[in-house]
Design a protein around this ligand. Structure first.
Ligand SMILES: C[S@@+](CC[C@H](N)C(=O)[O-])C[C@H]1O[C@@H](n2cnc3c(N)ncnc32)[C@H](O)[C@@H]1O
Length: 207
């Protein structure tokens, strides 16, 4: 499939139905269904096309506790579809930046932000190799899904916390989750791929 953003946007709008967010019906996103054929878009899994328990829990938490983001500069690491950043913006964040390594996610985030009438700046690339972003709060929804990814993210989060950035993590307890760095704040029953599971929201502290 083409890398042309306009063609990808047309594909998403035509093939990925606008779907209410499970547990957050005030938000909706383009998500894949069995007829979408998202495998045609890329060789790698289009994570942004699916629901993830950690992002669902973190989005729920932000909308239930808007003081966590109100008026703050927020960075959504591994934003996928943009769900967590969209929830932050709806909860009153001043500026939301979404970071992804998947170029098609940037297109999906743009469409989803518009659907939910919020503004999000989406950047593409591995931000974990770069400097600490100039933000107040870093949000990490379900990014501890593989050991190599988790190792890079932990190093980056340690640097962010050392620089004074607050970090919140949403995760259902996947294998590489660094539990020794996390304090549980809340947990939510969420629906990931139609299956109910419990996911936590954690404050992250450096080692
Ligand atoms: C399981 S998905 C979760 C997406 C979203 N946060 C949510 O909860 O719906 C993890 C995402 O992290 C992205 N990702 C992995 N490593 C990354 C990195 N170094 N920088 C930015 N995004 C990254 C992947 O492309 C993927 O879209």
């Amino acid at each position: 499939m083409t890398d042309d953003a306009a063609a990808v946007a047309a594909f998403i709008q035509a093939r990925l139905p606008v779907t209410p967010v499970p547990g957050l019906p005030q938000l909706c996103l383009h998500k894949a269904d069995p007829a979408s054929g998202v495998g045609r878009l890329a060789d790698t899994a289009p994570y942004w096309a699916y629901w993830w328990a950690g992002g669902l829990a973190l989005a729920r938490h932000l909308l239930a506790h808007p003081h966590l983001v109100a008026g703050r500069r927020v960075f959504d690491l591994g934003a996928g579809s943009g769900l967590v950043g969209i929830a932050a913006a709806r909860a009153g964040a001043a500026i939301v930046t979404a970071s992804e390594i998947d170029v098609h996610a940037r297109t999906a985030i743009g469409l989803n932000a518009a659907l939910n009438q919020v503004a999000i700046a989406a950047i593409v690339g591995d931000c974990t190799a770069g400097p600490v972003p100039d933000v107040d709060l870093l949000l990490v929804g379900d990014v501890f899904y593989a050991p190599d990814v988790a190792a890079r993210v932990i190093d980056f989060l340690d640097r962010c916390v050392a620089a004074g950035v607050e970090v919140l993590v949403g995760d259902p307890g996947r294998a590489p989750l660094p539990l020794e760095r996390l304090t549980l704040l809340a947990s939510y029953e969420v629906a990931e791929a139609g299956t109910a599971r419990r996911a936590g929201v954690f404050a992250y502290r450096a080692a």
